[in-house]
Design a protein around this ligand. Structure first.
Ligand code: ADP
Length: 445
């Protein structure tokens, strides 16, 4: 009996201990359960918060895109009118003494376009939307083009603009000629801008860098120079050595930052060295990707060829859908100048254009994109649907005329069934060349 009693004590203790442990475990687990739930809730809230922030960022990115597309359009449209009409005035008879005013308007319009393009490029790079081409190009030809374009500006300031090519540079390399032109133009324009006397030289040589061959471009001037402490920061966005100089010389402080990013996107490096009041040298290297054979040829159309192309088009009947009176005036004047006998009918919005298209027989449609009531996309889509419903009629070429150069908008032109696009402001060869291409395609079909 006693033994039994003795044996029960530890058993009772064990049971009590188990009970206490159980209660403790229950209490602790309850507490942790609450904690876990709390944690879970916090994670859930953070997730929602992050998602909200992502949504907000995406929204603001698309607002930015939207703003850029609109700003691009809003500024390009009047710019198109200004530079186009200046060209018409220059082309027509005018008193000789007006030349300098026309040149000034033309130059100012060009300057504004450069600023506008800089802002767009900068935003595109930031958004990771700027693509670098890799196509056959002749680097010496790019340098010569830049020299040709800037020669007058240098001569106006009494500066010598030269170029120097060292060693054997392959005639064809893989690269992006437009971006290379942009970088060199930026650097050489700055060099001319910040040099009062002496010369500006663009040079190119092939160099070994880390066992690889690179092309080294340099733009050297004998200008005001850049202080040492500013050399590191001038490649930053909006950075200028002396803000007051930009009032005198113009500029946004974006050129060097864009150039640096364009060089780096092509796997290169850019540096600047300078001695105050003696001059500066900007040097950049790009990987040398030589190709053996010329696989593409740049096509430049001369004025004579343009006239020939225009004449060969014969008396076209064109429907021009455009809401801006200035643009209508401009397009009518340019088209009538190059395409003899052309008949142009105009519609002030997409809706009218679609109605006119159904009523009449046209050879070609030139379609503005942003128009009131019905935009160009919708009008083009309607035209294509209407054509499809009339089984026997083929497709009349529709060329978009757009002041927006955003890729998404260009892609949309093709998606709704348009055949080609002309940017605004257009160069005459873009207008006549594109119409010619489409007319030829139509003839072949
Ligand atoms: P912007 O020329 O439009 O102001 P950039 O980014 O091209 O912008 O240049 C930034 C600044 O760097 C200029 O404002 C100028 O102060 C300085 N800079 C650039 N190139 C030169 C040069 N060749 N000589 C002297 N200063 C220069």
């Amino acid at each position: 009996m006693y033994i039994l009693y003795i044996l029960h004590i530890p058993l009772a203790i064990l049971i009590i201990a188990l009970l206490v442990a159980g209660i403790l475990f229950y209490l602790v687990s309850q507490r942790y359960k609450a904690k876990i739930e709390e944690l879970h809730k916090t994670i859930q809230e953070s997730k929602e918060d992050i998602q909200e922030q992502i949504d907000r960022a995406e929204k603001s990115e698309s607002y930015k895109e939207f703003f850029l597309a609109n700003m691009s359009h809003e500024i390009r449209t009047p710019m198109h009118a200004i530079s186009g009409m200046t060209n018409i005035l220059r082309r027509n008879d005018h008193p000789k003494e007006q030349d300098k005013y026309l040149d000034a308007i033309h130059q100012s319009a060009e300057n504004l376009l450069v600023i506008l393009n800089d802002i767009l490029d900068s935003s595109k790079i930031e958004a990771g939307k700027l693509k670098i081409d890799s196509i056959p190009m002749n680097p010496i030809r790019v340098i010569e083009d830049v020299v040709e374009i800037l020669r007058l500006r240098a001569e106006d300031k009494g500066l010598q603009l030269k170029h120097q090519i060292e060693g054997n540079i392959p005639e064809q390399v893989l690269g992006d000629p437009i971006r290379l032109n942009q970088i060199l133009t930026n650097l050489a324009s700055n060099a001319i801008k910040f040099t009062e006397s002496g010369s500006v030289q663009i040079s190119l040589k092939v160099k070994q860098e880390d066992g690889e061959e690179v092309m080294e471009f340099a733009v050297q001037d004998t200008g005001i120079g850049i202080p040492d402490d500013k050399l590191k920061t001038i490649f930053d966005v909006f950075e200028q050595v002396d803000g007051t100089l930009s009032k005198k010389f113009g500029g946004t402080g974006l050129g060097l930052s864009i150039s640096k990013q364009l060089v780096e996107m092509q796997g290169g490096k850019i540096n600047a060295s300078s001695i105050l009041n003696q001059g500066s040298t900007f040097t950049f290297q790009l990987p040398l990707k030589a190709i053996m054979q010329a696989t593409s040829q740049e096509i430049t159309i001369t004025e004579q060829e343009l006239v020939k192309m225009g004449t060969s088009l014969g008396p076209l009947k064109v429907l021009l859908a455009e809401d801006n009176d200035f643009n209508v005036m401009l397009a009518k004047d340019d088209l009538s100048y190059y395409i003899p006998g052309i008949q142009i009918e105009t519609a002030a919005n997409g809706k009218i254009a679609f109605e006119m298209f159904k009523d009449q027989q046209y050879d070609l449609v030139l379609m503005d994109i942003q128009m009131p009531e019905m935009n160009g996309y919708e009008a083009a889509r309607n035209i294509r649907e209407w054509e499809a419903s009339k089984q026997n009629s083929g497709q009349i070429p529709i060329i978009a005329m757009t002041a927006s150069l955003l890729k998404a908008e260009i892609v949309k032109c093709y998606e709704v069934g348009m055949d080609n696009f002309i940017p605004k402001p257009y160069k005459i060869e873009e207008l006549i060349g594109t119409i010619y291409d489409e007319a030829m395609k139509k003839k072949e079909n």
